[in-house]
Design a protein around this ligand. Structure first.
Ligand code: ZN
Ligand code: ZN
Length: 408
């Protein structure tokens, strides 16, 4: 006996493993509790995201200039802390030395940092994965991207492009589960998007704005932690716990406010960068694969993420988590993908601060002139073997991470 929709009485074809929902009237598309929404100044942000989607792309904008100005202000503040702090140290009264130490400590926390490669990163060099790098070079040449120096394989459901170190070495981060749920041609689209980030003037990658974001994040986490980490804490304890609480609270509010403004100003240019990267992805992988890779964010990636989060512990260590995940993916009814696809459009215009909602990007890609693939997925089998060699270690790390979050 099949259940009926309580709203419109259409039959529900429910797979008991998934949410029952109605394809005719969208009943129970997103069962409560609704997914958490991280909105900063929601209305304004919504207008920005919408406006951006509708107005198309240009390379230069006022927001871009403004975010540089704000970022410079952050770095000036750091310099100000340092200079004032040192000066106070030389005034040499008890109070001035205390405040001086705090200010010098803050400027040290906020110093421009260029990031580094995490020590436990699963790094694939050119020697480890020649075919993968060959593909990256081919895509990079079309995207106008500089040579990729390093590929890091992770257990995350995402991919990213960034730089590390003073020499700004180029690093591609590749989530192995995402790689597995994408078709070969969608992977080309994904790589095209990521490599485009290195050449399309993305602010967040830049030295000035990127380091400012990092400085604010440091300052914020220092203001949040109440014991170790804060170098000035020992001294503040002397003045009294309540003073430190007030100071930290003020600091938190100030940093939080400034960070929000910088994010908001930067939102426009970073979202433009995303659309530009999507346009590049179309040029390289073709319209069909670029569009379906974006659809996969809302559908297959979501299903696979839930699988990894909830089922990993139940799969014995001597069985391959990746094979289990792929077998599970093959068993998913189309109706569950469709539910997630429609659900993604319901969740207002949620912005994860880096990417516009996938469905807007999907619409944008379909609105561009149609393209055939310029790069095809020939040789993907060999790349798969190069990655598979390392997939065991990625699996162990993922299992350990999930275990750690469960027993926290
Ligand atoms: Zn219904
Ligand atoms: Zn992107």
């Amino acid at each position: 006996m099949s259940a009926l929709c309580p709203e419109c009485s259409a039959p529900l074809d429910a797979d008991p493993r998934f949410v029952a929902w109605c394809a005719s009237c969208d009943w129970n598309l997103l069962p409560p509790p609704a997914p958490p929404q991280r909105l900063i100044l929601p209305r304004l942000q919504e207008r920005l995201v919408r406006g951006l989607h509708e107005s198309g792309i240009d390379r230069f904008s006022l927001a871009r200039l403004a975010s540089y100005a704000l970022a410079l202000l952050v770095h000036l503040l750091t310099l100000g802390f340092l200079v004032t702090g040192i000066w106070l140290l030389f005034v040499f009264t008890f109070a001035s030395v205390c405040v001086g130490v705090v200010l010098v400590g803050l400027s040290w926390l906020m110093r421009p940092r260029f990031g580094r490669l995490p020590g436990d990163a699963e790094v694939l060099t050119r020697q480890d994965a020649p075919r993968l790098y060959q593909l990256l070079d081919e895509i990079g040449a079309r995207a106008g991207a500089p040579r990729t120096d390093v590929v890091v394989l992770t257990g995350d459901m995402n991919a990213g492009y960034g730089t590390y170190g003073l020499r700004r070495r180029r690093m591609l981060t590749l989530g192995y589960p995402m790689w597995l749920v994408f078709t070969p041609q969608e992977r080309i689209a994904l790589l095209g998007h990521e490599l485009a980030h290195s050449s399309n003037g993305d602010n967040r990658q830049g030295i000035v704005v990127g380091t400012a974001f990092r400085a604010l994040a440091e300052l914020r986490s220092a203001a949040r932690s109440d014991r170790e980490a804060v170098p000035e804490h020992g001294l503040l304890v002397l003045v009294g716990n309540w003073v430190s609480q007030v100071v930290l609270w003020l600091l938190r509010v100030a940093v939080g406010g400034f960070d929000t403004v910088l994010q908001l100003v930067n939102l426009r240019s970073s979202q433009r960068a995303e659309y530009r990267a999507d346009a590049m992805s179309v040029e390289i992988a073709g319209t069909v694969a670029a569009a379906s890779s974006l659809d996969a964010h809302d559908t297959r990636c979501g299903v696979a993420s839930s699988f990894l989060e909830t089922r990993t512990m139940a799969i014995p260590r001597d069985e391959s988590l990746w094979e289990a995940m792929q077998a599970y993916m093959a068993s998913i009814p189309e109706s569950e993908f469709e539910r997630r696809r429609r659900g993604a459009r319901l969740v207002s215009l949620r912005v994860d601060a880096t990417h516009p909602p996938s469905y807007l990007r999907h619409e944008y890609v379909l609105g561009l002139p149609y393209r055939e693939p310029a790069v095809t997925a020939a040789g993907m089998g060999e790349i798969d073997r190069e990655l598979e060699v390392r997939s065991g270690r990625v699996e162990r790390e993922l299992r350990d991470d999930i275990r750690a979050t469960l027993y926290q």
